[in-house]
Design a protein around this ligand. Structure first.
Ligand code: ADP
Ligand code: TYD
Length: 206
């Protein structure tokens, strides 16, 4: 593998991923590392167009088509941004990756989570993060946070609370299955406390 480090942040909408990604980037830069902070969907020019379709298309998208769109975004992102950065020895701090597809597309009840996972593995030629931070938060708390912060809801955020509860449960199952890669962090704590827990988990990799 490469000299770089691949860290992903996962969790429900409004669980604090982008807040923590920014703080982690600052800390890594202070320690002299070159950081590529990126996200899915939408971490490339092609990805921005795919993001517009998956999040803002009016009307339904068939579940398999939706899963393929996220996988297409991921394939292009990994090939053109993530792998080149890791090959240079950079740290990639990424908001969402394949666990998002397993948790969200799997939670729609139509697709088999194991198949969704295999699709992402194919798309990325099996690139797994070195470390995944799962920000775990009851969905009613993240909704309350988002209500305060934003008025425009995208298509997925507008879906029912029970969908988000299934997403949360699915994430926790993934963490149980891969405890060496996925670290569960209690996202009800303060921004500073969570940032400190994340730094402590990242430090051994540096
Ligand atoms: P995500 O990227 O997961 O959607 P954000 O980082 O955008 O989440 O956070 C969603 C909202 O919650 C923002 O208004 C943010 O300021 C707030 N927030 C983030 N972390 C915390 C925290 N630990 N406690 C309380 N509010 C938080
Ligand atoms: P994101 O921009 O990270 O939203 P938020 O900041 O609200 O967490 O992600 C947008 C939405 O895309 C989010 O609801 C989760 C969904 N998503 C999937 O369903 N599958 C995926 O593979 C990815 C990457 C995201």
């Amino acid at each position: 593998m490469s000299e770089g480090l691949f860290v992903t942040l996962e969790g429900g909408d409004g669980s604090g991923k982008s807040t923590q990604a920014e703080l982690l980037e600052q800390w890594l830069v202070e320690r002299g590392r070159t950081v590529v902070r990126t996200r899915e969907p939408g971490g490339t020019d092609v990805g921005v167009e795919i993001r517009e379709i998956v999040l803002h298309h009016r009307g339904d998208i068939a579940p398999r088509a939706e899963a393929l769109l996220y996988a297409a975004d991921r394939a292009h992102h990994v090939a053109t941004v993530v792998r080149p950065a890791l090959a240079r020895g950079d740290v990639v701090v990424q908001d969402r990756y394949l666990d998002s597809s397993v948790a969200y597309q799997g939670a729609g009840r139509v697709l088999d989570p194991a198949e969704v996972r295999r699709l992402s593995e194919w798309a990325t030629e099996r690139l797994l993060p070195d470390l995944t931070i799962l920000l775990d938060l009851p969905s009613e708390i993240s909704r309350a946070r988002l209500h305060g912060a934003r008025t425009r809801y995208d298509r997925l955020e507008a879906e029912a609370v029970d969908f988000h509860d299934r997403v949360r449960a699915s994430y926790l199952q993934l963490a149980e299955a891969e405890p060496a890669r996925i670290v569960v962090v209690d996202a009800e704590r303060s921004v500073g406390e969570i940032a400190a827990v994340i730094r402590a988990r990242v430090e051994p990799f540096l």
